[in-house]
Write a protein of this length. Sequence first.
Length: 367
Amino acid sequence: MSHNSFGHLFRVTTFGESHGPAIGCIVDGCPPGIALTEADIQIDLDRRRPGQSKYTTQRQEADAVRILSGVFQDERMKAQVTTGTPIALMIENTDAKSKDYSDIRDKFRPGHADYTYWAKYGVRDYRGGGRQSARETATRVAAGAVARKILTHLYSKEVNIRGALTQMGTETIDRKNWDWDEVANNPFFTPDAKAAARFATYLDGIRKKGSSIGAVVEVIADGIPVGLGAPLYGKLDADLASAIMSINAVKAVEIGDGMAVATLTGEENADEMRKGHKGAPEFLSNHAGGILGGISTGQPIVTRFAVKPTSSILTPRKTIDIDGNETEIFTKGRHDPCVGIRAVPVGEAMVACVLADHALRHRAQMG
C-alpha cells in the first residue's frame, strides 16, 4: 500500500491502524533550530482527543505524543530544538476494543471504505476501520503542530490558523454572532454561542436514534504573506483542496466563496483594491479566499469543507458480505455521532502543513 505521504519540502508520512499498538508519523523537511517539545504538539492533540464530551466517541485515548527523533538539547542550550533531520512522532493506542467489530468482519458498511479497500487489496483490518479509520488523523494533527512552529519561525507570531464548525446537518450558525473566543467554550468548536445550544439539542436527538449527521467546517489562516503558491501546477488553493479532501469523510472543499461565486456577477465577485498603509494594496473584499491565480494575496486564507455523516451507526442497513450474500448490518462500539466536530483541529492541521510546505518552497525558489 503506497501513498502514505504528502507534501514536498515539508513532507509527512503517517503509519498505523486504529486498533494496532500505535499510530504515528515521520515529519521530514523541518528546518533546524526551531524550539520543539512534546508539550507544543500535545496542545493540538488534546483538542482533537476523543471522549471529551457525550457528543464524540467515548473511546478513551490519552493521545500522548512521544518525539522519537529529530530534536536535541544539551547543557549549553536554553531549549530543545529541531536538528533538521526527520522528526518521528508516535502515539500509542491504549483503549481499543476490537471485539466490538467481530460481527462486521465479513460485511461491508454502507457509506464506508470497507468494500473498496477489500476489493483493492484483498485483505482489510476491520477493527475500527484499520488504516482507513479517522484515528489516523491524530498523526496529522501532530504534524500540523510542527508546521505551525515553522510558520511562526518564518513569519513571526502574526500567523494564526483557526477553525470552527459552522453547520451541523440543517442547523447553521449566525455569522453576526461569530466570536473566536467562543470556539473553546463549547464542545462543538463553534463560534456562535446560541448555535452551540441548538447543536446540543439537535445532536442529542441524532445520537439517541443511533444515527449520525454531517457538518461544515471553516478554517481561516491569518498572517500569511503574499506570494505563496504558483500559477499553474503548484497552486496554493489546489494543494489545500487536495490536502483537505484527504481527510477521512470529507466530500467537498471550497476556497473563499466557493460554489457561491456561481451566483455572483463580475462586479460582485471582483475583490477591488486601493492604496493602503505604506503603499501596499488594500483589498475591499475577499471573495477569492486570499488566493488569486494560485498565489496567496496576503489576505486571510479561507477554506471550507463538508464532512459526511459517520458510516458506523446502530440503525440496520442493507449490505452484502465478502461472498456476495445480501444481509443487514449495524455497527456496535463507540462512534462519533458527528465526526465533523473533531475534524476542526484536523482541518487546521492540514492547512498548516500545506502552508508550511509552500512557505519552504517559496523560500527555496525566491530566497
